[in-house]
Each structure stands twice: as structure tokens, then as C-alpha cells.
Design a protein around this ligand. Structure first.
Ligand SMILES: Nc1ncnc2c1ncn2[C@@H]1O[C@H](COP(=O)(O)OP(=O)(O)OP(=O)(O)O)[C@@H](O)[C@H]1O
Ligand SMILES: [Mg+2]
Length: 192
């Protein structure tokens, strides 16, 4: 199978590819459709969960989203990628992130939208998994904002995650600006 990686994605290694569960899949389009179905099945479950600010829930959600697709669904990566923290620090960084967000919510440190969008950005920056980090971290932020009484984010009505569309470019650019500490673009994008 030939993969096209759009900018701002993390290519899979041979070992990770070997963990592909549906053996009949031969094209990227088939894989995308398969993943999408898997993710959609996870969503109703995700929105019913209570304590989402924990490393346990972060793993469980990834597992639910990709359990029919990747053998390593729900498992943290054990190698370095072009994006993300040193792999061995992932559990510690996620623990800090969860504690931090809980405190931000308690103290109304930012608007609820901004707390959720900052959470999204830090989650993809840590990049806990080998793949699916963008989709997982968008759903995490969606579940958080809905639990806070807000409506789900629209993420630029971001449908096709695989292609180098202008919406994807806008999203990656907004993340890059957020890397420098400016969340304004990402906040707008999440509601566009
Ligand atoms: N400069 C950056 N700073 C923070 N996060 C980034 C940056 N560039 C890319 N990302 C995140 O990394 C994600 C890609 O990682 P990965 O391939 O693991 O996730 P994915 O869900 O498979 O991606 P996608 O569905 O967006 O292609 C992007 O969707 C984005 O959220
Ligand atoms: Mg990917």
C-alpha cells in the first residue's frame, strides 16, 4: 500500500503498518473510510464518559477510535516522530496536562473554548500515539467543551483528513502560530 502524507502528519513505520488489522485494505481511500467508520462508532460512547481528564481516558478513547484498525490502538508510541515530545516522557506530560486543565477549569483561567483549544494544541504537541493524534485530540477537545456546556467544535468543517486541502493548511498554520503561544487563529479555526 502506498501512503500519501500531507504536511503536518507523522509517517508510519514498517512495524506500525504491520499492525493494520483489516488485511483486505489495499488503498489509502479504503483505509480512510475504514478509520472514519471506526471513529464514528466511538463518538456516542465518548460523549457519555465522565472523567475524561486522565491518561487512562486518553488511552481508552484512542483505543475506541482505532480498535478495528490498528493493533496498537490505545498504546503510547515507543519511538520518535517528526512531531511530539520524547516518547518516554509522554505519560508524565499527559498527567501534567490533565492536572493543569482541571485547575484552569476550576479557576476559569480562560474562556471554556480557550481552555479546550489549548488542551487540543498541547495534546497534539505531545503526540502520544503513532498515528491518529489529530483526530483523537480534536475529539478530546470536543468532549471537554460539551461537558462544559458548550457546543461541539466544527474545526473548519474539516472532513477529509488525508488531502492537502486549504482547510488543512489553515489548521496546520493555526497550530504553528499556537506553537509560538498565540492561540487566536486556532480559536477561530475551531469554530469555523
Ligand atoms: N506544528 C504543529 N504543532 C502541533 N501539532 C501539530 C503540528 N503540526 C501537525 N500537528 C498535529 O499533528 C496531527 C497529525 O498527526 P497524526 O498523523 O498522528 O494524526 P492524524 O489524526 O492521523 O492526522 P490527520 O488526521 O490530521 O492527518 C495533525 O492533525 C495536527 O493535529
Ligand atoms: Mg495521520
Amino acid at each position: 500500500m502506498k501512503f500519501n502524507y500531507p504536511p503536518g502528519s507523522t509517517p508510519l513505520e514498517t512495524g506500525e503498518l504491520a499492525g493494520l488489522l483489516p488485511k483486505h485494505i489495499t488503498t489509502q481511500e479504503e483505509l480512510n473510510a475504514w478509520e472514519e467508520k471506526n471513529i464514528i462508532e466511538a463518538e456516542p460512547w465518548a460523549f457519555k464518559q465522565k472523567d475524561i481528564l486522565s491518561t487512562l481516558f486518553i488511552k481508552k478513547l484512542h483505543k475506541r477510535m482505532f480498535d478495528k484498525t490498528w493493533e496498537w490502538a490505545g498504546e503510547f508510541r515507543t519511538s520518535e516522530k517528526n512531531i511530539g515530545a520524547y516518547w518516554a516522557q509522554v505519560p508524565m506530560l499527559l498527567q501534567v496536562l490533565c492536572d493543569d486543565v482541571r485547575y484552569q477549569l476550576e479557576r476559569d483561567a480562560y474562556s471554556n473554548d480557550e481552555i479546550a483549544v489549548r488542551f487540543h494544541h498541547r495534546l497534539v504537541s505531545i503526540h502520544p500515539f503513532s498515528n491518529g493524534n489529530g483526530r483523537h485530540a480534536r475529539l478530546m477537545a470536543d468532549v471537554l467543551i460539551v461537558q462544559q456546556g458548550g457546543s461541539r467544535f466544527t474545526w473548519g468543517m474539516y472532513q477529509d483528513l488525508t488531502k492537502t486541502t486549504s482547510v488543512r493548511k489553515q489548521y496546520i498554520q493555526a497550530l504553528q502560530v499556537a506553537d509560538k503561544g498565540d492561540y487566536s487563529k486556532l480559536l477561530l479555526f475551531a469554530r469555523s
